[in-house]
Structures are given as structure tokens and as C-alpha cells.
Design a protein around this ligand. Structure first.
Ligand code: SAH
Length: 246
């Protein structure tokens, strides 16, 4: 849940159309009525990732639940660029930060990848990361919530890779080389892309060789960035050159 000049935005996994009644979860009811002190008739903006954004009103309010009724659509559904962030899980609080930034920077999917040097991939709480993604989408006025995937091992991920999805391989071994993104396909493309970011320990030589078979390594400047910084920098570079910032 997020608020913008008194407008609260809520992601609901529920169809949205005129007069649609949407039942609230206990948590949502607690937030709207307990924390934000909303009452009958108050406005809430709803989105579900498919039907755009809807103006809804509180039609039932209670401690353990409530109902919002859709009035009219305020924003049509739009699809963000088909851009995945493929990253190795890093330490918990930093990973949560990375997921939040990736949502704000328009990643359409966040693929967690276990590489050779990834630390404690077993302890990743994907459910908590997905909740972070929902909150970030509510706050940044996104109309979709990217899926945060379960952790996938590097080799099967690459073995099953769709070759039409172009890879921006952020390679710390290329640090300091000229930073250039392949300029094909043209900017503002609907072409599918993926940004690859390694763990604190970086990519192994085997992984680097495998990625270099299918992608040109990209330098993010002469300094070695933390993974979460590199993800922010790479997504920014991609959006400004090929994405929806142009
Ligand atoms: N421990 C490694 C660095 C890992 S940084 C070392 O000292 O070499 C974590 C990830 O961020 C890297 O795998 C890479 O994907 C990205 N990264 C960090 N700095 C980068 C740079 N200057 N250029 C390209 N990628 C970078």
C-alpha cells in the first residue's frame, strides 16, 4: 500500500471493472481502516497488472475485512519494456533493496540466479521479496508487479535461454572498458532484454566464458560496484538508451 497526495494505491489480485466489488485481505483492511483511518466512501486507487488503474470507494469497512467498489478506470493498462533483471541473490537486506530499486527502474521480471560464488542462496525468502516488489509497485505508480522467481541455477538457466532475449552482461572483468550497449535493436524497442548482475564474489571464469558466447560484456565504469549498485546503474543505462525513459 502506498499513498500519494492522499491517494492510496493498492495492488489486488482480482479482476477490475465498473461496479466490481473487491474484498480486502485482513492486512489490507487493517492498513486502510486501522492505519490510514479511511471510512465509507473514501477513495482508493486499485491496480492488478492487467486492467489498468481504477478509482474505487470504500463500500464496507471492518477490523478484519472490507469491500472496495470500482467506480471508473483512471489509467489504461500499459506494458513496461520487456526487461528482466537476472541477478544472483546477495545478503538479505541488500537483496530486498535491490528488488525495490529494480521495480522502480522498470524491471518486468526479477530472475534470481544461483552462480558458483553466490552465498547462502538457500535462505532466500522469495515470498518476502515478492511482497517488497508489490509495495514498490504501489509506491512508484507502476501498473504491473514484476514476478520475483525462485532461485534458478546458472547452467539450466543458460541451457534453456531464449536466444531472442538479448543479454546485457555486466561483467566486472570488463570494468574500465568503454561502456557501450549494442545499439541494435533500435531504442524504445519491444525487443526482449535481460540485464545480468553477478554476486558479491563476481562471475566465475566458466560463467564468464558461457555468457561471452551469447552476449557482449558491458562495463559499468572503472570502479567495482556492489551488486545492488551495479543493478541500479545497469537498469538506468538500459532505460535511458533503450527503454521507456527516451
Ligand atoms: N567481487 C568482484 C566484484 C563483484 S561486483 C570483484 O572484485 O571482481 C557484483 C556484480 O556487479 C558483478 O558480477 C557485475 O555483474 C557487476 N559489476 C560491478 N562492477 C562492475 C563494473 N565496473 N562493470 C561491469 N559490471 C560490474
Amino acid at each position: 500500500m502506498a499513498r500519494k497526495n492522499n491517494h492510496i494505491r493498492l495492488y489486488v489480485d482480482h479482476p477490475l471493472r465498473a461496479a466490481q466489488r473487491v474484498s480486502l485481505t485482513r492486512d489490507q483492511a487493517h492498513y486502510l481502516f486501522g492505519v490510514m483511518r479511511l471510512g465509507l466512501g473514501d477513495a482508493v486507487a486499485l491496480f492488478n497488472g492487467r486492467d489498468g488503474e481504477w478509482h474505487a470507494q470504500v463500500s464496507e469497512a471492518g477490523k478484519k475485512g472490507g469491500v472496495l467498489t470500482c467506480a471508473d478506470q483512471t489509467r489504461p493498462q500499459t506494458a513496461p519494456p520487456d526487461l528482466w533483471l537476472v541477478c544472483a541473490p546477495i545478503r538479505r537486506e541488500r537483496l530486498s533493496f535491490l528488488v525495490e530499486k529494480a521495480v522502480e527502474l522498470g524491471a518486468a521480471r526479477i530472475v534470481l540466479m544461483q552462480t558458483e560464488f553466490t552465498q547462502d542462496a538457500k535462505r532466500v525468502r522469495v515470498d518476502k521479496l515478492q511482497a517488497t516488489a508489490v509495495e514498490a509497485a504501489e509506491q512508484c505508480e507502476a501498473l504491473v508487479v514484476p514476478e520475483v522467481t525462485e532461485v534458478t541455477k546458472f547452467k539450466p538457466l543458460m541451457d534453456g535461454w531464449d536466444p531472442t532475449r538479448q543479454i546485457m552482461f555486466c561483467d566486472e572483468a570488463a570494468a574500465g572498458a568503454a561502456t557501450s550497449l549494442p545499439d541494435t535493436p533500435p531504442p524504445n524497442t519491444t525487443h526482449p532484454w535481460a540485464v545480468f548482475i553477478g554476486p558479491e564474489g563476481g562471475f566465475s571464469d566458466t560463467e564468464r566464458a558461457r555468457l561471452r558466447e551469447v552476449a557482449t560484456p558491458v562495463s559499468l565504469g572503472p570502479r567495482i560496484l556492489r551488486a545492488e549498485t551495479a543493478a541500479i546503474a545497469a537498469l538506468t543505462l538500459w532505460q535511458s538508451r533503450l527503454g521507456d525513459w527516451t
